[in-house]
Design a binder for this molecule. Structure first.
Ligand code: ADP
Length: 258
């Protein structure tokens, strides 16, 4: 790329938005979108005004996770008005697709779509805007980290070594553009049986080790949990449940409180 776009001067903030936080992972399927949605809900439960932007052009899932299929409208300035669901302002490429048709865009076009997508949304006043980045370190992610003034990034990983290796690539992408890593969230940390025994299905201590290596906090450990999956599929993120009702909800709330 162009040297200018990677300098802090080349990055722009979003008017009215206090903090912009990227949620990233190296690998797909580690639960990045699940973590993004539930952190958004948990922050809102603590009283913050929160927006969530699903930046995955190729496999957006936020609309489904929030149980909405509304199409967003434009305001008089031709900006897209986010959909509101469960108290969160949402934007997702999924809103712009008809019947989940895949978007096939590459390279420069992906970059242009992403920029337009980020700039032309009427977010209003927000305490936090969470950007759910696509997995990996491709064109879309680069466009975002080079052009948006991010306040930090959260790295989602499972404890498994293959996920950690890929997570490191995402970490170095943020380091190159001087974005702070706020911490690591270890998802699918264990599965707890009815009898209380915890099984570390993807291994143990991977998230903590990675956080230590990066000298950042381990923000939370989220169990593998049937309710979490069901809630995601049913359009009402598990963090909406009370902390006593769901240990996963408690884990997300504790993570957001960090
Ligand atoms: P990513 O965004 O990293 O691709 P998703 O958030 O879409 O991953 O999660 C992948 C799948 O795993 C989804 O079906 C989701 O419901 C499920 N999932 C994610 N985290 C958990 C968890 N902690 N417990 C149970 N299921 C989970």
């Amino acid at each position: 790329g162009n040297a200018d776009s990677s300098t802090p001067q080349g990055k722009t903030s979003i008017p009215g938005v206090k903090k912009i936080i990227a949620v990233a992972s190296g690998k797909g399927g580690v639960g990045k979108s699940t973590v993004s949605s539930n952190l958004a809900i948990a922050l809102a439960k603590s009283g913050a005004k929160v927006g969530l932007c699903d930046c995955d052009l190729y496999g957006p899932s936020t609309a489904q996770m929030f149980g909405t299929n509304q199409q967003p409208m434009a305001n008089e300035r031709d900006e897209i008005i986010p959909i509101e669901a469960h108290g969160i302002k949402l934007m997702s490429m999924g809103f712009l697709l008809e019947d989940n048709s895949p978007v096939i865009v590459r390279g420069p076009l992906a970059t242009r779509y992403t920029q337009q997508f980020l700039r032309q949304v009427d977010w209003g006043e927000l305490d936090y805007l969470i950007l759910d980045l696509p997995p990996g370190t491709g064109d879309i992610q680069l466009t975002i980290v080079q052009t948006v003034a991010l306040d930090g990034a959260v790295i989602v990983t499972t404890p498994q070594e293959v996920a950690l290796i890929d997570a490191r690539k995402a970490v170095s992408m943020f380091a190159k553009v001087n974005v702070d890593i706020l911490g690591v969230v270890e998802n699918m940390a264990w599965f707890e049986c009815d009898n209380g025994v915890k099984y570390p299905i993807f291994g143990e201590g991977g998230g903590a080790k990675e956080a230590q290596r990066l000298k950042v906090p381990l923000l939370g450990q989220i169990p593998i949990d049937i309710t979490t999956r069901e809630c995601a599929d049913n359009g009402s993120p598990v963090a909406l449940l009370s902390e006593t009702e769901s240990s996963a909800s408690a884990a997300f709330q504790a993570t957001a409180n960090q």
